[in-house]
Ligand binder design. Sequence first.
Ligand SMILES: *Cc1c(COP(=O)(O)O)cnc(C)c1O
Length: 233
Amino acid sequence: MSAPASEGRRAELAEALARTRERIAATGTHPTLVVVTKFFPAADAAALVDLGVTDIGENRDQEAAAKVTELEECEHRPERVHFIGQLQSNKAASVARYADVVQSVDRVKIVTALEKGARAADRRLDVLLQIDLEADSHGRGGVQPADLPALAERVAGSDVLDLRGVMAVAPLGEDPEAAFARLADLHERLLRDHPDASWRSAGMSGDLETALAHGATHVRVGSAILGARPLAR
Ligand SMILES: *Cc1c(COP(=O)(O)O)cnc(C)c1O
């Protein structure tokens, strides 16, 4: 691997991780913490694995593929790698090679492409359906609520994909409280037909408490642990 994280960086990550874990503990819930390492080097991810992080999230295929390879080479692969970014079908085969969970599945075309990739790589993938919570969407991705049941049926019928639940991002400019309440409602309805699809991935650095109050089982936290992203926004 490129240079390991410095002692200073390790201390910084340890402190920020502890603060995030305290925020989660204060809610009295026990979600899976997915640490979003996008834009940060494999060395940071390796340091987080040393600190007990089991799940990391990435949103760009090229970056994620290279990072996971580096982590494997230095024997710091986390237990689960989550792909959380918008997916194009031409990237699905690559994602299927290293991701354990794909959280951003939002259309049949992606399902088909991931199935192909998973078969070629001789792997199974956990799938979350990303729901678009935006009222009039021009989107950051996600299936429209009306199309959710059909997409869920499609994934549930797959021989290489396992339907695990749903994922959403609170729309910008809307009270996350209302958005996560909507997500909870949509998920409850989905659970009637797919009782095993129990994961609800919601909540990021800024709104994780709100998401946990609405039943999130997985939170995806980036900047609160790694710091402001160097290139994003
Ligand atoms: C980047 C990202 C996150 C993490 O966001 P922070 O605000 O840095 O915690 C969570 N979910 C998705 C889908 C992301 O792209």
